[in-house]
Design a protein around this ligand. Structure first.
Ligand SMILES: [Ca+2]
Ligand SMILES: [Ca+2]
Length: 303
């Protein structure tokens, strides 16, 4: 009987999923990318890339964690960043004793900052101050970390994102993709990512828009590409070179932005307790690790 009900429910969910392909926001179920193709060779010229071919992070291109060490339910630490086998690998792992290498310079210049404690460690890298671009096409090819409570992302920012002027034209956080639905695997949403924008800071003035959830092909086990085309008129999001959606709320950023690759652990104050924004609690045990594996980041300008 339970099996039978389960089957009925799955048929119903399949129907919802089919329907949701044309109305992803309504049912909040993911849709399959089905828009225009990006046509890279025809329309774009490669201007910046990191193929992660070396054996350490290229510090001419990237910085480690630029703003805080305690991040939601975990900690950002540069030891969690590796370059190997042609990939950037951001590992998430639990440490009873915090790793060595305490960013001494960071604590010296940020006296109020939190210290490392027992908990989940992961990482964030950014091109801030080393590479920024306005408009073009931005793509990464990645395998996502497989645990609920994990939130990996490829995104961009500039220093004006926090300026509250009723517009996103000065600067907008653009989330090319964010993955935090691993826990929703039964519904199929576990294989989905979300894309969106935020501007006018992160307080009362914050404005946001999203294109909703989109299915990715087996994102926790195989590579897929996540792309953003940024024009003066709109942001166009792509998965594997196929358009998922477009946004232009608040006006498109007209200022250069830097790139960010990050992993976060849901929670607060360094404790992974929370189901923040539906991310779920950590499903990994503390003796397990998860990897955010990035084959490349490539940036193009329109021809
Ligand atoms: Ca603004
Ligand atoms: Ca590579």
């Amino acid at each position: 009987m339970v099996l039978f009900l389960s089957k009925i429910l799955r048929v119903f969910v399949s129907f919802l999923m089919l329907f949701s392909q044309t109305a992803p926001q309504f049912f909040e179920l993911p849709a399959i990318p089905s828009g225009q193709e990006v046509n890279l060779d025809e329309r774009f010229e490669l201007v910046w890339e990191d193929e992660f071919e070396g054996d350490s992070l290229d510090m001419t291109k990237w910085n480690h964690n630029w703003w805080e060490v305690e991040r939601k339910g975990g900690y950002w630490h540069e030891d969690m960043v590796d370059v190997r086998d042609g990939n950037l690998v951001i590992t998430t792992a639990y440490f009873t004793d915090p790793p060595e290498n305490y960013y001494e310079d960071y604590f010296a210049t940020h006296p109020g900052s939190h210290e490392y404690k027992e908990g989940w460690y992961t990482a964030c890298i950014t091109t801030k101050g080393k590479f920024e671009q306005c408009y073009g096409y931005f793509e990464c090819r990645a395998i996502l970390p497989a645990s609920s409570g994990m939130w990996s992302a490829f995104w961009m920012m500039n220093t004006h994102v926090e300026d509250v002027d009723g517009s996103g034209q000065d600067g907008t956080e653009v989330d090319v993709f964010e993955s935090m639905y691993y826990k929703d695997n039964w519904w199929g949403a576990g294989g989905a990512v979300i894309s969106g924008i935020h501007y006018d800071g992160y307080g009362e003035g914050q404005q946001s828009a999203s294109i909703g959830k989109w299915w990715v092909d087996n994102p926790y086990e195989q590579y897929n590409t996540y792309g953003l085309e940024w024009t003066p008129e709109e942001y166009i999001f792509y998965i594997n070179g196929v358009e998922t959606g477009r946004l232009s709320k608040g006006g498109v950023s007209q200022n250069p932005e830097y790139l960010i690759l990050s992993c976060e652990v849901a929670g607060e104050n360094g404790i992974a307790w929370a189901d923040r924004h539906g991310v779920g609690e950590m499903s990994m045990d503390t003796d397990e690790t998860a990897e955010f594996i990035v084959d490349y980041v490539r940036v193009y300008q329109h021809k």
